[in-house]
Write a protein of this length. Structure first.
Length: 286
């Protein structure tokens, strides 16, 4: 059973990917992004609360531009160059951790994560990435428990941390614990100024907990706010098919989903929508 969990987790994380690629909390300088390759959440840039040296400020300013472009090769190279002059700089180490993770170099990422955690045991970026790498290698239930503990520690380490909280919530969903997932997403919703990705997770948790009316209210709000939110539309259609038994509304919603076939990042949602249509209508739409 446990070998199937990574697939389940990826499917759960994909809902967040398709609902909100970028979201921000109340601090406009904190930038959260969903990785298109890894289907996971990480922090691209976060404000520094302690004073920085001029060269650190210059480094972070340069890195921010590279991060916004997802130029991970350049992020990695500039971070390593900075570390040659300042081997224990936590900012540079954090960026190397992110870059190596995104470049699919897990062993190198683990090495730098451990270095960073030796300097700062509560670093949220390192804890978040270590949790994601733990899930990638997971074989038994205790591996997922370890990942959950790492995400939770990251969340508690910084009152502005959202990325690890999203991973925590979606991991709980993947493991079938909608109750705990709901509590996490509710907390993250307040942290990220009701960002759609957290609201989506919260609504899914509510739906799985049987709180249909509350979940539908959120999905409808998300759909109105962003008509291209295919995840919200899919969940609404599934609800009308399987709970309210209103197939007319469900089919109308699915037709809206099918109109977005040109959006490459939403192929998985489109695939699920087509399967749902065929299952309920007993024929292909096309």
């Amino acid at each position: 059973m446990f070998k199937l969990l990574p697939v389940i987790l990826i499917n759960s994380l994909l809902w967040a990917l398709t609902s909100c690629i970028h979201s921000r909390n109340e601090n406009p300088q904190t930038h959260y992004k969903v990785s298109k390759d890894q289907l996971s959440f990480f922090i691209e840039h976060s404000d520094e609360r302690t004073p920085l040296e001029p060269r650190q400020e210059a480094f972070l300013k340069k890195q921010k531009k590279l991060l916004l472009k997802s130029n991970w090769q350049a992020v990695n190279a500039s971070s390593l160059a900075f570390l040659e002059e300042a081997p224990h700089d936590k900012h540079a180490l954090a960026h190397v951790c992110l870059a190596s993770y995104q470049l699919n170099k897990p062993e190198l990422s683990k090495y730098y994560i451990d270095l960073l955690l030796n300097l700062d045991a509560n670093n949220p970026i390192a804890l978040n990435l270590k949790g994601l790498l733990t899930i990638q290698d997971a074989q038994i239930l205790n591996d997922y428990r370890l990942a959950l503990s790492l995400f939770a520690k990251a969340v508690e380490s910084n009152p502005d941390e959202v990325a690890a909280g999203l991973n925590l919530g979606y991991t709980y969903l993947a493991l079938g614990n909608a109750s705990k997932a709901g509590k996490v997403f509710k907390k993250m919703t307040s942290r990220c100024n009701s960002c759609p990705v957290a609201q989506t997770g919260y609504a899914i948790a509510l739906m799985r907990s049987g709180k249909h009316s509350d979940a539908i209210a959120i999905f409808e709000g998300l759909s109105i706010e962003n008509p291209e939110n295919l995840v919200a539309k899919y969940e609404l259609a599934r609800y009308h098919f399987r709970v309210s038994r209103n197939s007319t509304d469900a089919n109308n919603i699915l037709r809206e989903v099918f109109e977005k076939t040109n959006i490459n990042t939403r192929k998985e949602v489109l695939k699920r929508a087509k399967m749902l249509w065929k299952d309920q209508n007993k024929h292909d739409l096309f």
